[in-house]
Design a protein around this ligand. Structure first.
Ligand SMILES: Cc1cc2nc3c(=O)[nH]c(=O)nc-3n(C[C@H](O)[C@H](O)[C@H](O)COP(=O)(O)OP(=O)(O)OC[C@H]3O[C@@H](n4cnc5c(N)ncnc54)[C@H](O)[C@@H]3O)c2cc1C
Length: 463
């Protein structure tokens, strides 16, 4: 073991995504010095954005912000950027391609679920009851009886459903295949880029429980521009103003230990940073590389080596005209654009209000991720054209793909039990990140919550 005596007073945070930034904020709130070391040259992690050669924005992912993201909204309020979220009408919209269901023939069907003005979960039940296409009368009753324990018993019920896939749970509860493929399939893909046949029931039920937890929890919003400009850099500026040091291009390569403590980190370019505590805020597959192999056998962190990650492709499609007229989050079953949004229409900040700029989470991407850009773009465009008839090659200005082979942890059955907590076997080494067990889905809110718990553990250390 390397002997290092002059450990600095800082907490080192490895990773400058939402979890790392939030951890620095909570440490600053507590008057503790912090230094973020981020591998890439830009901050933001899966919430990052950058310009392409033409000056147009590319993003790691299409991001919706929900009303119930309480920790995140409190953080945005403290930084003074709450108004950077553009709240959309309290509606979730399904775009169903022509002939998707034998129940209707002909063109595309748009089904808007308007949350009604009632306390949760009745506002959502009211939205489902108003369905004209996806649910028939019997299915509305089946939805109410099938999801009853989730809507009214909250997370306690969801937590016991991790051994089943969502599809298995759905069938057990007597709901129809039509409901599964039309309504729930795109939700699963939006949540975890994983199909209803592979996602854990618990993962999807937790979202329903969360939507049912408060009236505004299900309202979606978008940033009023690219996340780097409208969220990440404002938070980073706020942190710098409070004394936090932020280093980009600083990939942690090795943790340094002395006796029973983690005393610092060596970066890939050979620099050494000493710290009083270390928070690992990198994605789970990167944390698995940083933790010593013998430590990964400890039950506290064993899940780190076992969790898998979902691949996803974020697609960007610019059109010379408005091909869609929606500003909300769109779900589209049976297509390669299961969740998408026209950010050109939703937000002036992308500089494309003259036409449509449609961002798409292309999922499941397990097979597509290795295919060439032209093939993927052509297939997505074909599906997009079924929903928006003007979304054709002729009107497409350009399309760009961002591939993320390992995005969020794959929430397959059994994975929930593998999510580690915030402590490790080393008392001054902590975990934060959307994959940890903060009892929330892998999301921006989950990442921020994990940071809150990790910092509580750092402070509880007391030295
Ligand atoms: C396509 C897509 C769409 C999404 N849509 C939504 C959405 O609509 N709503 C929502 O709430 N969430 C969404 N998410 C999920 C959300 O982006 C993540 O849950 C969140 O960004 C995770 O934050 P994090 O800080 O835990 O990890 P990350 O954002 O992955 O940040 C980790 C950081 O650690 C850095 N790092 C890695 N290794 C090292 C190392 N060795 N040394 C130093 N730094 C390192 C990485 O470069 C990265 O910057 C989406 C994700 C994707 C991919």
């Amino acid at each position: 073991m390397e002997q290092i005596d002059d450990a600095s007073n800082e907490t080192l945070i490895l990773g400058g995504g939402p979890a790392g930034l939030a951890a620095a904020k909570y440490l600053a709130d507590a008057g503790h010095p912090a230094r973020i070391l981020e591998k890439r040259n830009i901050l933001g992690g899966k919430l990052s954005s950058w310009r392409d050669r033409d000056g147009d924005w590319l993003e790691s992912g299409l991001h919706a912000f929900f009303g119930g993201y309480t920790e995140l909204h409190a953080l945005l309020a403290d930084v003074g950027i709450s108004d950077h979220i553009l709240w959309q009408p309290h509606t979730l919209t399904w775009a169903l391609p022509p002939n998707f269901s034998p129940r209707w023939n002909g063109g595309t069907v748009f089904e808007e679920f308007h949350f009604v003005d009632m306390p949760a979960p009745l506002n959502g039940v009211g939205a489902v009851l108003s369905s004209r296409y996806i649910f028939n009368t019997i299915e509305k009753m089946l939805f109410a009886t099938g999801t009853l324990p989730v809507l009214f018993r909250n997370h306690g019920y969801a937590e016991h459903q991790d051994d089943l896939t969502y599809a298995q749970w759905h069938r057990k509860r007597g709901m129809t295949e039509h409901m599964l493929q039309t309504f729930f399939a795109p939700m699963a893909l939006a949540l975890n880029f994983t199909s209803v046949d592979n996602i854990s029931a618990e993962a999807l039920l937790r979202v329903m429980a969360y939507f049912a937890s408060s009236k505004e929890a299900s309202r979606a919003g978008f940033l009023d521009g690219p996340p780097s400009e409208r969220l990440i850099e404002p938070i980073a500026d706020h942190l710098r103003g409070r004394g936090v040091t932020i280093e980009t291009g600083a990939a942690a390569a090795e943790l340094l230990f002395s006796d029973d403590r983690c005393v610092g980190v060596r970066t890939r370019d050979g620099r050494t940073f000493h710290g009083r505590s270390v928070i690992l805020a990198a994605p789970v597959h990167d944390v698995a590389k940083l933790l010593p192999p013998d430590m990964l056998r400890d039950p506290l962190v064993a899940g780190v080596a076992k969790l898998e990650s979902s691949p996803v492709i974020n697609g960007h499609f610019w059109f010379d005209r408005k091909v869609s007229h929606f500003t909300n989050l769109m779900f589209s079953p049976g297509t390669l654009l299961p969740v998408h949004a026209d950010l050109g229409q939703a937000s002036d900040g992308y500089g494309w209000s003259k036409g449509s700029f449609i961002e798409v989470c292309i999922a499941p991407a397990d097979d597509l991720i290795g295919q060439d850009d032209d093939t993927v773009i052509e297939r997505v465009l074909t599906d997009m054209g079924k929903i928006y008839p003007d979304a054709t090659r002729e009107h497409l200005v350009k399309a760009r793909l961002v591939r993320i082979p390992k995005s969020v942890y794959r929430a397959k059955p059994g994975a929930e039990r593998l999510r580690p907590g915030f402590r490790t076997p080393v008392r001054n080494l902590f975990l934060s990140g959307c994959y940890t067990n903060h009892r929330f889905p892998a999301s921006i809110e989950g990442a921020v919550r994990s940071a809150r718990y990790a910092v509580e553990a750092v402070l509880a250390q007391g030295d």
